[in-house]
Design a protein around this ligand. Structure first.
Ligand code: AMP
Ligand code: MG
Length: 327
């Protein structure tokens, strides 16, 4: 299969909207990371996502919609869910809610809940408006590898496996959405940390929000790890090791610093932000991980943020820990 990258001209957007309606896969830019989109109500289109990514069938997909009205066609919203959607959509917050029967089993991996989000990226919003269908879209990378934040990253992993990529430049946020389980509105629970934090959500809804489990739990029934809780995820091929506060690197080792190191810089040094801005760290994390991974080092050392850094730190540390988890 030939993979073509499209610039966002009106004609190309119309063409890609038609392709999606017809059941084809299109990699789309969102503000978080690039997604691999398919018509969410077309089970055979969604099946192609799992095949192209090598994604196991027990890992459910997030469905992307234009707005709350479209989301309500797919899930049973409660008062809190509506309130949060009105406040945080379009944006990097995914809500898990009881699904309606129209959502195919393959999208939810057989669960009775569905994950929904309204993305903020203007190009993907234009596609949603043109196609008038919900789009199931996980990250547009091979399963388990570092998520893509540019069209070139998508091509790196999925060239020859998907027909279309819409190039929308680099992703503004750079880490995946916050996933909030609202199946029980009285006990909201974060399944994956992201840019929208537990504190922000708590302040807005006035209910305690449980934070993502840092330990990985297996279901007693299925023996499977809860979705989003896969220990090793977002990982480079080169062994990645968390090391805080080092001064010297061993031979053949790359070092990823949070901020630009002072003084002399070794050739193997990468950094995530010039001045240590969390937004910049998040935006650069996957690009720098990919860059270090492609430079044939024997191992990569990476720093984590102090636990009390707040804001995006929980999401950044979560992704770094998963990327570094032993295989
Ligand atoms: P990705 O789009 O690849 O970043 O991953 C989508 C993630 O959303 C999955 O791995 C799950 O963690 C989460 N997810 C999707 N649907 C559900 C659901 N019904 N219940 C819980 N988590 C979900
Ligand atoms: Mg993913």
């Amino acid at each position: 299969m030939k993979t073509r990258t499209y610039s966002p001209t009106p004609a190309n957007l119309r063409r890609l909207a038609t392709a999606l309606q017809g059941g084809a896969l299109v990699a789309i830019p969102t503000e978080t990371v690039y997604g691999l989109a398919a018509h969410a109500l077309d089970a055979s289109a969604c099946e192609k996502i799992f095949k192209a990514k090598g994604r196991p069938a027990h890992d459910p997909l997030i469905v992307h919609v234009l707005d709350l009205a479209h989301a309500e066609l797919l899930a049973e919203f409660n008062y809190t869910a509506r309130k949060l959607a009105r406040q945080f959509w379009p944006g990097p917050l995914t809500l898990v809610l009881p699904k309606k029967p129209c959502v195919p089993e393959i999208v939810t991996a057989g669960r009775d809940t569905v994950a929904l989000r309204s993305p903020a990226h203007p190009l993907t919003r234009r596609l949603l408006r043109l196609a008038q269908i919900p789009l199931a879209a996980p990250s547009a990378n091979l399963f388990g590898y570092v998520s893509p934040t540019s069209a070139a990253h998508v091509l790196d992993g999925l060239a020859g496996k998907i027909p279309h990529i819409l190039d929308g430049g680099s992703c503004r946020v750079g880490v995946e959405s916050t996933i909030l389980d609202l199946t029980n509105a009285n006990r909201p629970r974060i399944l994956r940390p992201g840019m929208v934090t537990a504190q922000e959500l708590e302040k807005f809804i006035g209910t305690k929000v449980a934070e993502a489990a840092t330990r990985l739990r297996r279901s007693k029934k299925t023996g499977l790890i809860a979705p989003g809780m896969l220990p090793q995820h977002y990982s480079p091929h080169t062994p990645l090791i968390i090391k805080d506060g080092w001064t010297k690197l061993p031979a053949n080792t790359a070092g990823i610093f949070l901020r630009k190191p002072a003084g002399s810089i070794v050739a193997e040094a990468y950094w995530l932000s010039a001045r240590g801005s969390l937004a910049e760290v998040a935006r650069n994390l996957y690009r720098v991980l990919r860059q270090a991974d492609n430079a044939s080092h024997h191992q990569i050392w990476i720093e984590t943020l102090p636990a009390d850094s707040g804001g995006l730190a929980a999401a950044i540390n979560d992704r770094v820990r998963r990327a570094a988890a032993k295989r």
